[in-house]
Design a protein around this ligand. Structure first.
Ligand SMILES: Nc1ncnc2c1ncn2[C@@H]1O[C@H](COP(=O)(O)OP(=O)(O)OP(=O)(O)O)[C@@H](O)[C@H]1O
Ligand SMILES: O=P(O)(O)OC[C@H]1O[C@](O)(CO)[C@@H](O)[C@@H]1O
Length: 423
């Protein structure tokens, strides 16, 4: 959780003026477009030798010797995090009030003696970048290869490195920070709230509030903001849900920003999914339009772990762990019954990470079906044939099915159309 809150704090010092939301998910339409079109291109390029591809909204012309540089520049601009000085060029930086000096250095790391405080500040330079993909894809036939051009040459993709910055643009004593959780619940929400509060306090921020029940808390009468402090959040990570409550729907963006202005909120942390971040982006745009010095920080919430650029999203581990309990029960049921078949359906409408990780971790699953991988039900390579084989050989079987797996079969059964599945 530390890293999540850290990312948030970076955003507030680095993004400062709410400079956009560094949140991109597979579900994000723009990203999805690029993924889909990339896939389409791969399929067609093999057959037709196509020399151009559509990435995002841009057409790439591979005959241009500079295509790679242009691609990289385009990537950089799409994932760029605006800085407060982009909007307020005269914004004055102050030395960070975030203090890393309380961390105890390990002896072996500092054989020549401990560095002085000045030397060992632990801040991250704004120019630091992290390489997004570490595999140097060179063969289009390799499993998992994602080639961009016909020759499958290496294209680097760099993103900003997270961490506290040496200079910040908000004086802690002038900050009123608000945290809001929207959409559905996800394990870990309270951990994130807690860590944001604790980190803000480390920076020296005293005014921290929670907005109750999502964006509604900005408008609904009778919902008052909740003062937050280390004392209030100390043990909240021990229980699930959201201390602040969640909701869908709510006031217009303009009403939200009016409310923020009235309350004097100049730092807003939004925890939520796609909709929440669309809202956060709109709030940022509106603040920017009104030239309000407000930082809007998005903390992506998805139990599915389907966000590009993140190793793991909060809540995913818990989901995988809990899923294994269901799998274990299904396994016991299936193995205790004559020719028993256990089916565990797990979350994941568009992504199979939970199902896949839970299946692998449990070691009790015979067949795992996920949305990303099409499959046949019937025929020699079909799931049913394999299931029959398992029953005949093992006597029982357990399947793990992600919610969105095989939707084509569902559609087919109800529309009576022949599925168009290519394996
Ligand atoms: N385009 C948008 N502009 C402004 N606000 C939005 C937009 N889309 C959604 N919201 C607001 O964001 C909040 C949460 O959205 P939503 O209910 O879609 O959940 P979510 O963030 O996608 O989370 P989950 O993944 O759990 O569904 C709602 O209060 C909704 O009004
Ligand atoms: O039924 P709903 O509320 O649309 O949510 C289902 C989706 O949300 C998730 O549970 C979480 O993103 C997905 O696994 C699932 O596909």
């Amino acid at each position: 959780m530390g890293s999540v809150s850290h990312a948030a704090m970076i955003s507030s010092s680095k993004l400062s003026y709410g400079g956009g939301i560094s949140y991109n998910k597979y579900k994000n339409p723009q990203l999805r477009t690029s993924v889909v079109s990339l896939r389409n291109w791969r399929a067609s390029s093999r057959n037709l030798g196509v020399l151009a591809a559509q990435i995002g909204n841009k057409e790439i012309d591979f005959s241009d010797p500079d295509w790679k540089t242009k691609y990289q520049r385009d990537f950089e601009s799409r994932f760029n995090i605006p800085h407060i000085t982009d909007v307020f060029p005269d914004a004055d930086p102050i030395p960070s009030t975030f203090c890393l000096k309380m961390r105890t250095p390990v002896m072996e790391d500092f054989a020549g003696g401990y560095p002085s405080d000045e030397e060992w500040h632990g801040y991250i330079n704004n120019n630091d970048r992290v390489l997004l993909k570490v595999i140097h894809y060179s063969s289009p036939t390799s499993a998992g290869a994602e080639c961009i051009d016909p020759n499958c040459t290496w294209v680097e993709q760099w993103v900003h490195r997270a961490g506290p910055r040496e200079k910040i643009y908000f004086k802690p004593e002038e900050v009123k920070a608000a945290i809001v959780t929207c959409g559905g619940l996800c394990p870990g929400l309270n951990d994130v709230i807690r860590q944001i509060v604790i980190t803000l306090e480390i920076y020296g921020v005293k005014k921290i509030v929670g907005i109750p029940f999502g964006y509604r808390g900005f408008s609904d009468e009778g919902l008052s903001e909740m003062p937050l402090s280390r004392k209030v959040v100390q043990n909240v990570h021990l229980s699930g849900g959201s201390l602040l409550g969640v909701s869908r729907g709510g006031p217009s963006v303009s009403d939200i920003v009016d409310s923020m202005e009235e309350r004097g909120i100049n730092m807003l942390f939004v925890l939520g999914g796609n909709g929440t971040h669309a809202g956060a982006n709109a709030i940022h745009d509106e603040c920017r339009r009104r030239r309000m010095r407000v930082a809007v920080v998005g903390v992506p919430k998805t139990i599915d772990n389907d966000i590009l650029m993140m190793d793991k999203t909060f809540g995913f581990d818990t989901a995988v762990e809990e899923a294994q309990r269901a799998i274990n029960s299904a396994y016991i049921e299936a193995h205790s019954a004559y020719h028993g078949i256990g089916i565990v359906k797990l979350m994941g409408r568009n992504s199979g990470f939970i199902a896949m990780h839970a299946s692998l971790a449990s070691g009790q699953i015979d067949i795992c079906l996920i949305p990303e991988v099409p499959f046949h039900l019937h025929g020699p390579l079909g799931v049913l044939r394999h299931l029959k084989f398992l029953i005949e050989t093992k006597g029982s079987a357990v399947l793990c099915v992600a919610e969105g797996a095989g939707q084509v079969w569902y559609t087919t059964m109800f529309s009576y159309q022949k599925p168009d599945v290519h394996l």
